[in-house]
Every structure is written in structure tokens, then in C-alpha cells.
Design a protein around this ligand. Structure first.
Ligand code: NAD
Ligand code: ZN
Length: 375
């Protein structure tokens, strides 16, 4: 029996073509505030892993937090990036469902699926809080000629026919995180929802709220193209944080009642105070925003019902995993979500990654999401 298995594994374990050397080019964080091109050894493929070559890559606001705000600490030669679509070039002996040539969605979060945290339902924290976020955090990211994916059967998903690779790249992080905002907030049929921050993540939060049955959706943002897409995705009202405190504006619009749910996809530690104030008793807040500054989140005592208002706050990292990626990709195929609208800037060529990331850092007004076509 073991002989037969051994034979099967040997047949299914494909190797990257040799003869191209063992090093690869990559775009990395060199230290806080510093990026650059580096040469690194190609990653080795373990028995459960896959090696993937990129087809389309996308920089993320999180990469900006990593490099310029030291979000994951000072790092040297850490390859950046966690969003993209690629082609499998090698799989480990125990990988059953993927093979070289498959076009796959890379997930920003790649948990260890046999961990206790995964068994508890929180795979994104496998190995410790936030430790399911491995790319450009615990290990090298995807801005490389060769990308290592742990637990390939659990973490890769085939890119369905009919989804362009650049749209598939939105399924790495923007779609799953935005939709997770609506899950964390617990949006239910007929709920009124406020989405604070309508960058690409918040825009997907708007769409998530629509899919979960929200009635009124108040989207907080100012940039014209974000506002336009928020409306296309289903926002019913637009609010500008430049027009005064958000809670006052929401309370005005809802005749003092407030909203059932708040999705936070932008702002600071202070945003929670506004969110609590605009929330009805029994309401809930789903935060997906990264909080880079401040030691404490502020919860106003009286508006929190002096501790008895049944106002819930949950913050979460996006769940990863193949099942999730496949389900979200199915939503795109079915036309229920259209992440193509998020892509505002397109680059071609691996060496354009740097430009795309700098654009993400500088955030010109018309930018929502840049993508880089590699092959
Ligand atoms: P973004 O910067 O493009 O969008 C954030 C938006 O919030 C911007 O449009 C900004 O103008 C707006 N904003 C800022 N301050 C505000 C305020 N006080 N009130 C209302 N709006 C305000 O970022 P993004 O790419 O959409 O990502 C949003 C956040 O999600 C980032 O912090 C990112 O790091 C985080 N993120 C989290 C996860 C996760 O797993 N939870 C995954 C990816 C990204
Ligand atoms: Zn991202």
C-alpha cells in the first residue's frame, strides 16, 4: 500500500524547471520606510505546499502600513504583498487537488488548517493572534517571481473560468475583508447600516451589507469615484465626515433612532466613539480597519448604555481558506458582486510593482485599487 502511495506521490510531485538558477527577484521591505528590489533564494516546496508564479499582483493599504508605519515591526528584506492570482508551478507530495498549470487565487490569509485555532473556528489566528496572516508578515509575501503557499489544498482556490486574473486578485483580500465587515457587524434583513470609510474594503463592506439584506446603507466618504461606486454597490445615502460628527449626521437622518449596524473600514481609535453613539441599543459594530495609532479605543460610557446597552463591538482579520475563496468567487461568477469596479489603475510588468505600491502610499484622489499584470 505504502509503495503504491509513494509512487502516486512521486508522479504528482512536479518540480520547477531547472536551469534558471535558484535565486529569484522580489520587491521587499528593507527597513521601516524603505523598499527595494532584492535577490532571494527561491522558496522550497514542502509536502503540503505549492509554489506559484504570479500572473497579477496588487499592492494593499496593509503593505503601506507595513513599510511606512512599521505595522509588523522593523523588517529587513521581507518580501511584500499578499494579493494576487498566479499559476501553480510545483506542488508537494501530499497535495491532492492542485497541479502545475492551475490558475489560482492567492489568499491574503493562509492559515494552518490542522491547528487548534482553526478547529475552534478562528483559523485566521492559527498559531497565535493574527498568525494566519503569513504573507509579508510571518514569511515572505507574493511580490516575487516564485511564491510559497502553505497548506495548498486548504489555502488555494482555482480561478473560475470567466473571472479575469485582475478581478481574481480582488478575491485575495478586498472582497473577503469587506464582506467580513458585514458578517462581523451581523447585518440582517432590513437592517440600517452605516459603513465608515469607503476605500476598496469599505466599498465591499457596502456590497456585503446589501447581500445580507440591509435596507438603508449610509456610506461615509468623500472621494467622487468612491461615492459613485458606493451608490452602484447599493449605498442609499452618502455622508461626508467633513460635514461634522458622523453620529450627529446619522441621528439627524434617522430621526434620532440611529442604525442597527456599523461597519468600520476607515478612521481611527476615535471612530468607535462615533460608531457607538450612532448605534441603536442591541446594535453591533464590525471593525475591519487596521488601527495603527493610539493605545486605547474609546467607548463613551453613557452612549454605551452605562455598560448595559447591548452594543457589541467585534474586530476581525479576514478569514482565509479555499472554501471561502471558492464561495466568494462564485458570487463574482453569479454577478452578485462586481469587484472589477474597484480597479482604477493598471500597470504591466513585474518591475512596475514599485510604482503601484508608491501610488498606494500616495493615494491620489482617483485611486481605489491598482493592479500589476505580471505575465
Ligand atoms: P483606504 O485607505 O483605501 O480606505 C480607507 C478610507 O477611509 C479612505 O477612503 C479614507 O478617506 C477613509 N477615512 C479615513 N478617516 C476616516 C474617518 N474618520 N471617517 C470616515 N472615513 C475615513 O483603505 P482600504 O484598502 O479600503 O482598507 C481599509 C482598512 O482595512 C485599512 O486600515 C486596511 O489596513 C484594513 N485591512 C484590514 C484587513 C482585515 O483583514 N481586517 C484586510 C485588509 C485591509
Ligand atoms: Zn491586502
Amino acid at each position: 500500500m505504502s509503495l503504491i502511495l509513494g509512487l502516486v506521490f512521486r508522479i504528482t510531485h512536479y518540480k520547477i524547471e531547472s536551469g534558471e538558477g535558484t535565486s529569484m527577484k522580489a520587491f521587499a521591505m528593507l527597513g521601516i520606510g524603505k523598499t527595494g528590489w532584492i535577490e532571494k533564494d527561491r522558496p522550497a516546496c514542502g509536502p503540503l505546499d505549492a509554489i506559484v508564479r504570479p500572473i497579477v499582483l496588487a499592492p494593499c493599504t496593509s503593505d503601506v502600513h507595513t513599510v511606512w508605519e512599521g505595522a509588523v515591526g522593523d523588517r529587513h528584506n521581507l518580501i511584500l504583498g499578499h494579493e494576487g492570482v498566479g499559476e501553480v508551478v510545483e506542488v508537494g507530495d501530499y497535495v491532492k487537488d492542485f497541479k502545475p498549470g492551475d490558475r489560482v487565487i492567492l489568499s491574503a490569509i493562509t492559515p494552518d488548517w490542522n491547528s487548534l485555532e482553526a478547529q475552534a473556528g478562528f483559523a485566521m489566528h492559527s498559531g497565535g493572534m493574527l498568525a494566519g496572516w503569513k504573507f509579508s508578515n510571518i514569511k515572505d509575501g507574493v511580490f516575487a517571481e516564485f511564491i510559497h503557499v502553505n497548506d495548498a489544498d486548504g489555502n488555494l482556490a482555482l480561478l473560475p473560468e470567466g473571472i479575469e486574473p485582475e478581478v481574481g486578485a480582488m478575491l485575495s483580500d478586498m472582497v473577503p475583508t469587506g464582506l467580513h465587515g458585514s458578517e462581523l457587524a451581523g447585518v440582517q434583513f432590513g437592517d440600517t447600516v452605516c459603513v465608515i470609510g469607503i476605500g476598496p474594503v469599505g466599498l465591499m463592506g457596502v456590497r456585503g451589507a446589501v447581500l445580507r439584506g440591509a435596507s438603508h446603507i449610509y456610506a461615509v466618504g468623500t472621494r467622487p469615484n468612491c461615492v459613485a461606486i458606493a451608490k452602484e454597490y447599493g449605498a442609499t445615502d452618502i455622508i461626508s465626515y467633513k460635514d461634522g460628527p458622523l453620529d450627529k449626521q446619522i441621528l439627524d437622518k434617522t430621526k434620532g433612532k440611529g442604525v442597527d449596524r456599523v461597519i468600520i473600514a476607515g478612521g481611527t481609535v476615535d471612530t468607535f466613539a462615533e460608531a457607538i453613539r450612532m448605534l441603536k441599543p442591541g446594535g453591533s459594530i464590525g471593525n475591519i480597519n487596521y488601527l495603527g495609532e493610539g493605545d486605547f479605543i474609546k467607548i463613551p460610557r453613557a452612549d454605551w448604555g452605562v455598560g448595559m446597552g447591548h452594543k457589541t463591538i467585534t474586530g476581525g482579520l479576514m478569514p482565509g481558506g479555499r472554501l471561502r475563496s471558492e464561495k466568494l468567487a462564485a458570487l463574482v461568477v453569479a454577478g452578485r458582486i462586481d469587484p472589477a469596479k474597484l480597479i482604477t489603475h493598471r500597470f504591466e510588468g513585474f518591475d512596475q510593482l514599485e510604482k503601484a505600491l508608491m501610488l498606494m502610499k500616495d493615494k491620489p484622489k482617483d485611486l481605489i485599487k491598482p493592479v500589476v499584470k505580471i505575465t
